[in-house]
Design a protein around this ligand. Structure first.
Ligand SMILES: [Zn+2]
Ligand SMILES: [Zn+2]
Length: 341
């Protein structure tokens, strides 16, 4: 079969490789679509220690079941599925508390196991979620992305979340803003430096699109909230400066959630302000199977728009697409690689 092989920093090529065989408890899928994650781009740049070349990446995907191993009775040949790629142990304290995304023994399809930038991929049957017929492969490949955004809110300490600031209008920022709108936030600010992304944010329900080239984002958020600050700030960029901004955007008792990877240095936090204003700062890592199931529900019922942020490219164009996404993404937000498209 054909596979997009990661060979080292900024090195990828299409290769002819062996198809995965069927093993107990597993399904072999014919890949429908596999989206490129920001973390795959980090890997391509050699910044992801867990991604050891040679590796087939791709952890956000759909496929059709073409073979089933012994014990994989929950699926049938021909089923279309999307996959929670995080394989947690189910036995450690974190797993037993439902915090499966931070299981210390977890592995991920497309990171520690061959992923879906290929014609076929082998996955555990219990990681599969059946796709309704009306959910296409591109949308199905976005279920994983939306799960990340849902996890932010799932673990939030707030009751009502009335005002939200989202830093960065990339995939995660655009999804977080839609979740904020869905749960009833009335003031939603989104910051970015790319006009087309801000326009998309507005069309998806942002009430305030803040161009950071023109305006100070913290001041703009305080203007939006009559000088109060927001209940929840989501940092979806991954820079030290924007992490610090997220905390400065909060109202008393507000919560900043950090999602972006790759900050240059540890952030500075005003500990006295944190105490006096009862601020919360926390990280959000990946998602649980509950987030994943809810994500599929929101996409299949049309409550969250994922279609307008993802475009399809042929898997064979993979090496060039990775280079473009890290050097000059332009208007591209999310790209799904589709074999033989
Ligand atoms: Zn991802
Ligand atoms: Zn575990």
């Amino acid at each position: 079969m054909r596979a997009l092989m990661y060979l080292g920093t900024r090195q990828m090529e299409m290769q002819e490789v062996e198809e995965p065989g069927v093993t107990p408890g597993h399904a072999v899928l014919k890949v429908g679509a596999a989206s490129i994650c920001g973390s795959d781009l980090h890997g391509f740049l050699g910044k992801s220690a867990k991604r050891v070349p040679p590796l087939i990446m791709g952890h956000e995907f759909t496929g059709e079941v073409v073979d089933l191993g012994r014990g994989a009775e929950g699926l049938s040949i021909g089923d279309r599925v999307t996959i929670n790629p995080i394989l947690s142990c189910g036995r450690c304290d974190e797993c037993l508390r439902g915090r499966t995304s931070i299981c210390p023994h977890r592995t991920v399809i497309g990171i520690e196991h061959p992923g879906a930038f290929a014609n076929y991929v082998s996955v555990p049957e219990k990681s599969c979620f059946r796709l309704p017929d009306h959910v296409g492969d591109l949308e199905g490949s976005m279920v994983e992305s939306l799960s990340n955004a849902l996890h932010i809110f799932d673990r939030s300490l707030h009751g009502f979340i009335r005002s939200v600031a989202v830093i960065g209008a990339g995939t995660q920022g655009l999804l977080a803003l839609q979740v904020a709108r869905h749960i009833g936030a009335t003031r939603i600010a989104v910051t970015d430096r790319v006009p087309s992304r801000l326009a998309l944010a507005t069309s998806m329900g942002a009430t305030h699109a803040i161009d950071v080239r023109a305006d100070d984002p913290v001041e703009a958020v305080f203007d939006m909230t009559d000088g109060q600050g927001v209940d929840l700030a989501v940092e979806a960029v991954g820079h030290t400066a924007t992490q610090e901004q997220a905390v400065r955007m909060l109202r008393q008792g507000g919560e900043a959630v950090l999602l972006g990877l790759g900050a240059e240095a540890p952030m500075a936090i005003d500990g006295v302000a944190m105490v006096n204003r009862e601020l919360v700062v926390r990280g959000s890592y990946a998602y649980t199977s509950v987030d994943f199931a809810y994500s599929l529900e929101l996409i299949s019922t049309g409550k969250i728009d994922v279609a307008s942020m993802v475009v399809e490219r042929d898997l064979e164009q993979g090496p060039g697409i990775f280079t473009k996404l890290v050097d000059d993404p332009g208007d591209l937000i999310k790209v799904a690689l589709v074999p033989g498209s």
